[in-house]
Design a protein around this ligand. Structure first.
Ligand code: ZN
Ligand code: ZN
Length: 186
């Protein structure tokens, strides 16, 4: 069985009983707004609760994760914290041969008796459901100047000033002396 999959038969579930398992689940990097966010650490400590009843299995997955990537306004390293609390249901008496039914079957279970839980796939989908619209280093991030690229969190740039910023002028002069991108110093 691949990493991130647990066999619920190992939990020794008697009807009417519950079981709990704490598992390390590998989390995939996610893409949001064209930027890539890496889970840190790459595995999360997840808790799985399984409640067995006559009608089937109630499954609950809980974990907290932190994803690292750029602020979508200023590109500064930022963290995106998510808390997952997801539930699934699997009706009893269902097998692999049965046509999957979204009301009866949990899509993350497979195997002859549908007892192999793909926690990694469930975790990935559950994270996608709780993602915010955007990732910012802080709520009031001022972003970058669209014209000169300056980080406006450090203060206003001088784009409106026709004289230009003396610091940029000095940099341009230095670049000229060094021969620009071609790099042909004397
Ligand atoms: Zn920012
Ligand atoms: Zn500017």
């Amino acid at each position: 069985m691949s990493e991130g999959v647990i066999d619920l038969r190992r939990l020794d579930l008697a009807p009417g009983a519950g079981a709990r398992a704490d598992v390390d689940v590998p989390l995939d990097p996610i893409t949001l707004g064209g930027q890539r966010y890496e889970p840190e650490p790459p595995e999360v400590d997840a808790r799985i609760d399984v409640a067995s009843s006559g009608s089937g299995l109630g499954l609950r997955l809980r974990f907290a994760a932190s994803l690292r990537g750029p602020c979508q306004r200023c590109l500064a390293p930022s963290a995106l914290d998510v808390v997952v609390d997801a539930r699934e249901f699997q009706a009893s008496g269902r097998g692999e041969a049965d046509e999957p039914d979204e009301d009866l079957d949990c899509e993350y279970l497979s195997g002859p008796t549908r007892m192999e839980l793909d926690v990694a796939a469930w975790a990935r989908d559950a994270v996608a459901e709780v993602l915010p619209m955007s990732v910012l280093c802080r709520e009031e991030c001022a972003g970058l100047c669209a014209r000169c690229g300056a980080d406006l969190n450090a203060g206003p740039c001088d784009c409106t000033d026709d004289e230009g910023d003396p610091r940029w002028a000095a940099l341009a002069e230095l670049r000229e002396r060094l021969g620009g991108d071609e790099g042909a110093p004397e």
